[in-house]
Design a protein around this ligand. Sequence first.
Ligand SMILES: Nc1nc2c(ncn2[C@@H]2O[C@H](COP(=O)(O)OP(=O)(O)OP(=O)(O)O)[C@@H](O)[C@H]2O)c(=O)[nH]1
Ligand SMILES: C[C@H](OP(=O)(O)O)C(=O)O
Length: 220
Amino acid sequence: MRIVVPYTGRDPKSRLAPVLSGPERRAFARAMLGDVVETVSAAGHTPELLVPEPIGAVEADVDLGDVPTTVDDRALTPAVDAVLDRVGEGVPELGVVMADLPLATPTALDRLSAAGGDVAVAPGRGGGTNAVIVRDPAFSVDYHGASYRDHREAAAAAGLSVSVVDSMRLATDVDEPEDLAEVLLHGDGRAREWLVDAGIELDTSGGRVGVRRESGERPE
Ligand SMILES: Nc1nc2c(ncn2[C@@H]2O[C@H](COP(=O)(O)OP(=O)(O)OP(=O)(O)O)[C@@H](O)[C@H]2O)c(=O)[nH]1
Ligand SMILES: C[C@H](OP(=O)(O)O)C(=O)O
């Protein structure tokens, strides 16, 4: 199956700004993208990048190999919807897997692709839609906000069946600083390596496990 991976390098992961500088967020987002592309391929699928502008040489620190790429500078929802227009005769299904899922594994993707339904969804913590497989052209996306709820409602309104996959690895999108602790705890790819190299470490001093910088200070 072809799996589209939307990715933006335009001020990515802004909610990580309390911990990571702008250049660091770009590098870390790129490392997560590398993990996701590798996982999609390892699961036997064909990754396709969906980006608002060509990925430049400045971001070539992570070699993605020869990944097919669609460039569409519209916002996330219309850009993904345009790709989903392909679903129909000749293209029975298409996946959309976000680029900020560095804990995703081939096994977790296998579970999603094995789930039936016109639409198979892996919800994200916090209300989002981290991964979805679409098998009916009547479905369209509406990202941001509580998109998991919105997608279920839209599918129901269109008379489409939905299956939901409960997966910690697909549910953990990295948006907030506390999500970095999950990457340190459960990751084993480039994103985790990037955090360790940057001196980000677990902080177990409070209630919930968080992260801190070895140096104490975020670089500007
Ligand atoms: N192609 C494309 N991908 C996008 C766009 N906006 C977000 N994405 C990707 O969609 C996924 C989920 O988006 P967010 O969690 O909002 O990521 P983000 O915009 O980098 O992070 P925040 O600044 O914290 O919202 C990530 O893989 C992003 O790279 C966009 O406008 N175009
Ligand atoms: C794209 C968006 O991601 P979030 O901002 O919820 O992580 C969503 O899943 O609807």
